[in-house]
Design a protein around this ligand. Structure first.
Ligand code: HEM
Length: 217
């Protein structure tokens, strides 16, 4: 769980920095080129989109392994919960954290499905509805985040993502042995808060600026 979780956090940081290209005032030229580059990286030495598909398969495998380990842990915790002797305060705290992580994870999965249908597959055309015309990535993002309810949906989904990261970041490093002393625990908790806050603010900057017309054409 720890390794796949940290890999997924690495993807989130990359994705967030990639989104910052929307902040460049060039009518989305850099952002569209970045999206094109992701598809054509390595061409002509590599076939079209090969790099993108390798990237997608690694990401998907990490997500599947992450969910699989979470399900296994949950089943094991449920089996242990059968005995009354484990119902100490500590166990209750742990099971509460585990429960919120599971529900947060399910919400994130639903969000990612909607997100890919909206921005990658263009099946959900929020903010525009012409089924015959595909928009450039920058225009898709502008159309989506010009709707207040889309921004609200993302703001809520990002709370789920960042709460998951907050607990996940801390517990991943604890699993890897970094939780060795009270001092280390404090440092880890602080770093987890910084990572979660950075991701929330960083991801929400482009949608909010688009909604208020600061980013646009
Ligand atoms: C406000 C926040 C976000 C914005 C503005 C945003 C924007 C985008 C855009 C525009 C694309 C399409 C890129 C392209 O086709 O070139 C995309 C793809 C994607 N995003 Fe996000 N994203 C956000 C948050 C997230 C989060 C939190 C996650 C994961 C939990 C995520 C996961 C993905 C994935 C998996 C793809 C598909 C990559 C592929 O093409 O295979 N995004 N995002």
């Amino acid at each position: 769980m720890a390794v796949t979780g940290l890999l997924l956090i690495g993807f989130l940081l990359m994705h967030m920095f990639g989104n910052f290209k929307m902040l460049i005032p060039d009518d989305g030229k850099e952002f569209n080129e970045y999206s094109h580059w992701l598809r054509e990286f390595g061409y002509p030495a590599l076939p079209h989109k090969l790099f993108l598909w390798i990237f997608r398969i690694v990401l998907l495998s990490a997500a599947v392994l992450h969910i699989w380990s979470a399900a296994k842990l949950r089943l094991r915790a449920n089996a242990n919960a059968g005995g009354k002797r484990y119902r100490s305060q500590k166990f209750m705290e742990k099971s509460y954290a585990a429960r919120t992580m599971i529900w947060g994870g399910i919400l994130i999965l639903l969000f990612v499905i909607i997100h890919i249908l909206q921005y990658t597959a263009e099946v959900l055309r929020f903010g525009y509805d012409n089924p015959d015309r595909s928009l450039a990535p920058f225009d898709r993002v502008l159309a989506g985040f010009s709707e207040w309810w889309v921004v609200l949906f993302y703001a809520i989904a990002m709370v789920a993502v960042c709460m998951h990261v907050l607990h996940g970041f801390w517990s991943a490093f604890a699993t890897l042995g970094a939780n060795a002393s009270a001092g280390a625990r404090k440092v880890l908790k602080t770093l987890a808060w910084i990572a979660a806050a950075l991701l929330y603010v960083g991801f929400m900057i482009p949608p909010v600026l688009i909604l208020f017309g600061v980013i646009g054409r």
